[in-house]
Design a binder for this molecule. Sequence first.
Ligand code: ATP
Length: 300
Amino acid sequence: KRPIITVVGSINMDLVTESETFPKPGETLLGRHFSTFPGGKGANQAVAAARLGAEVRMIGCVGDDAFGKELTDTIANEQIDTDAILVQAEKTGIASICLAEGDNQIIVVPGANHALLPEHIKAHEDLIRTSDLVLVQLEIPAQTVDAAVETAHTYGVPVIVNPAPIQALSSTIRSFATYLTPNEHEAAVLKKEHNDEELHKKCIVTQGKEGVSYPAANGQQSEIPGFSVDAIDTTGAGDTFNGALAVALGHGSPLDEACVFASAAAALAVTKKGAQTGMPHLNDVTRFLKDNGTSVSFLS
Ligand code: ATP
């Protein structure tokens, strides 16, 4: 049976310019290249989960503009249910990314993502109620995240909160999230913000190529080393990890196996360019695990 996953989160268009140098204030430069990529942590994680075999529903919000239509089509092309993607009289969220001098400068304008309100969670609570797992990030209004987490809790549906971009967590998230998935930087901020042992026991901390640290059954943190790959582009590693973790846990996989599966999927993602474009399909991960002499029970 395919796990059913509802993702509540952001949908953005990434607008990427490449130039020799960054423009100074008041300066106009000729760039080398321009491209657009579908993005937003919500959409990225939904795509990762869908490619790995889950039945995915997306709750999000786009504007009534061309980007909104294009992004919704892209999500639908991944066989994700887009019925709960709202269209509001706003601009679709964008990230304006300047690549130059081997570095980047990024401006994110949330736009329609900030028009995703708790009442929309209420209107679609049946999607949450009938899911095996719910996945949320923090690129939408805090009260909407709370509404999604609270609804999942009410119906006894496990919920993963990816605390990115990092901020102090509401008491709703701290009480009702099943797992949190910070990276190392986010985990350090959480440690500083919240003096809460119980919270840290829910943290699955991703550590780039070092792998992942997760709460084992004995109450201690356990480590899974990263898979060794030739990293080409780490964009989307975290989003792939989260989507894959949701799929494995949605299958009822134990946490250690779920972390192995998610690490394998994320390792494959860094071997390809782009966020969504680099995300693996289920057969890629199955083959990769086999080649690495590992297996997870839900795949056999
Ligand atoms: P990003 O913001 O780049 O998408 P992140 O900071 O949210 O990522 P990371 O901890 O960097 O998250 O990476 C997530 C997971 O991806 C890691 O736990 C690991 O399993 C895998 N991963 C990342 N980089 C590598 C790498 N170079 N080699 C192998 N696996 C990697």
